[in-house]
Design a protein around this ligand. Structure first.
Ligand code: AHG
Ligand code: MN
Ligand code: MN
Length: 338
């Protein structure tokens, strides 16, 4: 059986009843091509001189790795000229990046975490790129895009996806019609459809959380994890397994592949911070993918995709994955409130 490529999949989607706009198809093709370039740079490692840190810090006060900056530039350059975008936003840029006047402007906004899991770059562990596509609300009026135009709830996303640079490079994508996965064939340079209709089982025995933060967690999170740890003899009546890669892309890829629950909840380390992960280019695209795969995603109290953003780089607590587990964590949060 001959497998479909990403291009074939997108053309079919464009022709089908829920037609994919040609501009969005082009956008996905360009983002996926940029991910190929990033994958190539990642795989060169020390041979390509891409490992290590720079002197600079990003807007979040994090030291930038060389690959954070390289990946950001690859995505900016690839997406500037196509005519499909009005502006872009990135974890690595303080404010939005307008499409320069020398290029035509389009009706979409692109947001990305160019390199997720930066702490894993130098130790040869899976990392990734996360992206999200929104409509540009000002497009019809012809005025210039502002940061406020990006502040739309995740439920309005048109496309969400990620590339994971692991033992294989894969691209996981949703255009709102379920979740599909492609594997990069390095010999032909094509993204080949290898996972159709990816679905997350409702139940799981695997959780993913950074346990070193346990003493800072809120009581509902502590309760949930305590009960998992109690195993067969505890209230859950089954043993759980734990995994923490510390690349959200890789941890979420595992749960989209075989189920599980991923949590980076709010904790009291810095009470002003509403979480570690960023809403617009980490939590929202991953939440759309997880929901499209039949899972659930919440900040503990509220569906992440319903949150009205107030700032481009805002942070949020994240609990996502197998539906029954996420619902249980949500219930524990609600019980504390009543
Ligand atoms: P980034 O590298 O884009 O800044 O994101 C890192 C995030 C996420 O990928 C991961 O789940 C989390 O940080 C790991 O944090 P800890 O080191 O606190 O476990
Ligand atoms: Mn990240
Ligand atoms: Mn990043």
């Amino acid at each position: 059986m001959k497998r479909k490529t990403l291009t074939q999949y997108l053309v079919e989607q464009q022709r089908s009843a829920q037609a994919l706009a040609p501009e969005v198809r082009l956008l996905i093709e360009i983002v996926s091509r940029a991910c190929k370039t990033i994958s190539h740079a990642v795989s060169k490692g020390a041979l390509g001189g891409v490992l290590g840190s720079l002197e600079s810090e990003n807007v979040q006060g994090e030291v930038q790795k060389k690959l954070d900056v390289i990946s950001n530039e690859v995505l900016l350059e690839a997406n500037e000229w196509g005519g499909h975008l009005a502006a872009m936003a990135s974890e690595e840029m303080e404010t939005i990046h307008l499409i320069p006047n020398r290029y035509p402007k389009g009706e979409y906004l692109l947001l990305f975490d160019p390199l997720d899991g930066s702490s894993n770059i130098d130790v040869n562990v899976s990392i990734g790129t996360i992206f999200s596509v929104l409509r540009a609300p000002q497009a019809a009026s012809g005025r210039q895009v502002t940061e406020e135009d990006f502040l739309q709830p995740g439920s309005t996303q048109v496309v969400a996806g990620y590339a994971v640079y692991g033992p294989q490079t894969m691209l996981i994508l949703t255009i709102g019609q379920g979740v599909v996965g492609f594997t990069l064939d390095r010999e032909t340079g094509s993204w080949v459809l290898t996972s159709e209709n990816m679905t997350i089982p409702a139940d799981t025995k695997e959780f993913s959380i950074n346990m070193s933060n346990m003493r800072h967690w809120a009581p509902p999170v502590r309760r949930y994890i305590d009960e998992c740890l109690a195993g067969k003899d505890g209230p859950r009546g089954k043993d759980f397994n734990m995994r923490w890669i510390a690349s959200m892309v890789a941890d979420v890829h595992r749960l989209i592949t075989r189920g599980g629950i991923f949590m980076y909840p709010w904790d009291s380390r810095d009470p002003k911070k509403p979480g570690k992960l960023r809403l617009m280019y980490e939590a929202n695209p991953m939440s759309m993918l997880v929901e499209q795969a039949g899972g659930a995603s919440t900040d503990g109290n509220q569906r992440i995709l319903d949150i009205q953003p107030t700032a481009l780089h805002q942070r949020v607590g994240v609990v996502m994955g197998s539906k029954n587990e996420v619902d249980l964590v949500t219930r524990y949060h609600h019980e504390v409130k009543v």
